[in-house]
Design a protein around this ligand. Sequence first.
Ligand code: URP
Ligand code: ZN
Ligand code: ZN
Ligand code: ZN
Length: 489
Amino acid sequence: MLDLIIRNGTIATASEQFRADIGVKSGKIAALGHDLGPAHDVIDAAGKFVLPGGIDSHVHIAQPSGPGLETADDFDTATLSALFGGNTTVMSFCLQQKGESLTKAVADYHARAQGKLYTDVAFHLIVSDPTPEVLEQELPELIARGYRSVKVFMTYENLRLNDAQLLSTMAAAKDGGAVVMVHAENEDVIAFLSEQHRRAGLNAPHGHATSRPVASEREATHRAMTLADIADVPVVIVHVSNGPTIEEIARARHRGQRVVAETCPQYLFLTEDDLLRDGWEGAKFVCSPPPRDKAAQDACWRGLETGLFDLFSSDHCPFMFARDKLSAQARASYRHIPNGIPGVETRLPLLFSEGVCKSRIDLCRFVGLTATNHARTYGLLPRKGTVAIGADADLAVWNPQTQWTIANSALHGASDYSPYEGMRVQGRPETVILRGKVMIRDGALQGTSEDGTYLDRSTEERGPTLATGAATDFEMQVRAPKRGVVHAR
Ligand code: URP
Ligand code: ZN
Ligand code: ZN
Ligand code: ZN
């Protein structure tokens, strides 16, 4: 007998949309079809969409950010928030501090996550100190143990790598079979402009945006892809914010390079004008790269519509507004405002509402952008990210009609604000299932922080299998014809 049947829903994967029932047994999807027989539990999904649980492959949890400062969310609040946002897997970072061992960082983050998981979790590595020991011993060992993705930074004084370090880290990742994620912003440009601001007495939050112009991201992205090309390693350009950077990516793909591209809600729904809000409220929107202008938002939407972007992630990196972003130090200058904003719970509703309900993207593209492509890029297939027999029964039942207003008071993260406060959205995940366990049923929590597990990637598919480059002719792409308003048929 099946453990669970989800009946009468409209199922979507990254490539198909169809009506079927889903049978679950021992945490896996065991059957797809009709008249699947009896089950211990039945969920009626008539009029609803049944989607793979979201995978958010870019979240920062329990991560230090400067002296005495850590992200607001621990693993329990971050994953609870993720779960209520329709996610069943998050990928967080193990940050190597300068002078520290990378292996020790991995052990630290495992300890932080232990027993505090409402979703499944996997870890990327952040290399900030690529010593010979790290590149020749620790990194190869960790990659073999399943840490198949390495993030490197071109900005932040304490994290940035120079070109030689970027290249040698990329080469080590290539040897081990890992993918490299790059935070691409030119730190020397930012330091120069920031110093000009300081001399001119420009200290308010908006200076954060003007000190990190589009050109600094475009140039760094070009350089990151060039170095990855030389190292012959697949590269993920994370949190892309604007058109000129997108065009660099399109050109690299045109040359045949494997580039995976990610964008985030802040580049669709915020602009740098939000950093101008009164009373230091602009600090709520300080993240890197910064939100840009309307033209950049349009370019990012086009990147989603045309298939240029593979990944839509939150870059959830929450801080407390009152405590962290308004601290005495932060109020002295934007240079001391911690970088990052919350978003793990609002990522999927925002894209569903503004993307799917407004017919900018179809449901299959939504699923690809929010689940399947993350699994492909980071070696979680065939276990995660799709609705298929044999895959983990990670599912979210969405009511596409629910209208609601984003209010931080009703979200589940630890931060004291949402950058999207007051936005009206349509569509909401009502029931969320993790490996067959109903974690949230009709909006009510049933699971616990013991239910999530660490995902070992040592035995899964190696490296990205993503056929990137769907939209190499970004500038010439014709907009896809608008489809009708969606509803579960
Ligand atoms: O401002 C941001 N994005 N903070 C999080 C760290 C990062 O660079 O992704
Ligand atoms: Zn049926
Ligand atoms: Zn970053
Ligand atoms: Zn990030």
